[in-house]
Design a protein around this ligand. Structure first.
Ligand code: KG4
Ligand code: ZN
Length: 340
């Protein structure tokens, strides 16, 4: 019998609803919230309001795209956390009432775990290989930077993580310094393409083992820009491409160096890249090239499944459901920084 799983993601600033038919993703519809662009970051109350407005239309569009009706859905998976409470609540409340009305089970999914498996998702016309367990995963998103030992879908161990800002945050804060709108990652990525990555030098942080730190890097950029603006008010305008390229190169080098060091030390053969920052063109390229050079198998999600999406929630929800895991109706969200 066919299994139809709906996945709902609403932890931050994307309202996204996906549908899987058995192992294949047949629909993934995302409403991105433009409202935060001028604020330099996500404004929680505005995010909750936008989710409340978007959720029903996105559900309808996703079902329509899949050529299905509400009654065809067998399981509803949704993001339980971590994220913004008001945003999470919109998706969770919808999922619970939808499931109750249809008398179908719900499966609560962890957002960070879901990111890890984005590169496993199969499309109708594109069946591709997936990594074998255990593998090393570098998750780089707006809120997290983690190196993980992934032994199974629910057996995940943190090898190292950031002690301050996340990689995505480092991109977003740099963009703010350069006067670019939120989210900064895609803007820096674009500017960097026409800049010299060795024009400016940023010192890499000295943090032990597999920890990361990005706040010093951001401060170096801030001081560099501030000092130069005193001498030349057009400094940013004249050098923004070089600034973006040099800053991006430094982040990519830090991420890839640590990942390869962990792969070597722990003896992993397969390395997976995940999270919003895995959309970064230089990171993707460097990750694949250095993996190839050193004999690792590397896996990166397709661009549309790098940033937050319902597909990764549907995928992991389906796996958990098939393992007999469902959630009670009183299951409760957890915010960023709270224990799951
Ligand atoms: O995974 P995600 O969508 O949301 C969280 O779970 O946090 O990640 C969003 C982050 C933002 O910080 C955004 O600037 C960054 O991913 N990002 C990028 C790129 N696209 C998105 N960073 C660098 N280069 C990109 N092309
Ligand atoms: Zn995310």
């Amino acid at each position: 019998m066919t299994l139809i799983v709906m996945g709902i993601e609403s932890s931050c600033d994307e309202t996204s609803v996906a549908i899987m038919r058995d192992d294949i993703l047949i629909s993934n519809v995302t409403a991105t919230q433009e409202v935060h662009a001028s604020y330099g970051g996500v404004v929680p109350e505005l995010a909750s309001r936008a989710h409340a407005q978007n959720i029903i239309p996105v559900i309808h569009t996703s079902l329509k795209y899949a050529n299905l009706q509400k009654k065809d859905v067998n399981v509803v998976a949704f993001t339980l956390g971590p994220g913004l409470v008001g945003s999470l609540m919109v998706g969770i409340s919808f999922a619970k009432s939808f499931a109750q009305a249809l008398n179908i089970p719900i499966v609560a999914v962890d957002h960070l775990y879901a990111h890890i498996f984005a590169s496993f998702i199969q499309f109708p016309d594109d069946k591709h290989p997936v990594p074998e367990f255990p593998f090393l995963c570098l998750t780089v998103s707006g809120g997290h930077t983690q190196l993980l030992k992934v032994s199974d879908y629910d057996d995940i161990e943190i090898i190292g993580e950031t002690i301050d800002d996340a990689a995505g945050e480092a991109f977003d804060k740099a963009a703010k310094i350069l006067g670019l709108p939120y989210p900064g990652g895609p803007m820096i990525d674009k500017l960097a393409k026409s800049g010299d990555p060795h024009y400016f030098h940023f010192t890499k942080p000295k943090v032990p083992d597999f920890q990361f730190s990005f706040s010093g890097l951001k401060t170096s950029l801030l001081y560099l820009v501030r000092d130069n603006l005193k001498k030349d008010p057009d400094f940013i305008e004249k050098y923004k491409e070089h600034l973006a390229a040099s800053y991006q190169r430094t982040i990519v080098e830090i991420l890839v160096e640590k990942t390869l060091k962990a792969a070597k030390q722990y003896g992993f053969k397969n390395i997976v890249l995940a999270g919003g920052v895995s959309a970064n063109s230089e990171l993707r390229q460097t990750f694949i090239n250095s993996g190839k050079q050193l004999g690792y198998k590397t896996f990166i999600p397709p661009i549309n499944l790098t940033t937050d999406n319902g597909a990764m929630i549907a995928y992991l929800g389906k796996i958990l459901y098939e393992r007999g895991i469902t959630s009670p109706l009183n299951v409760k969200q957890y915010a960023t920084g709270e224990r799951r």
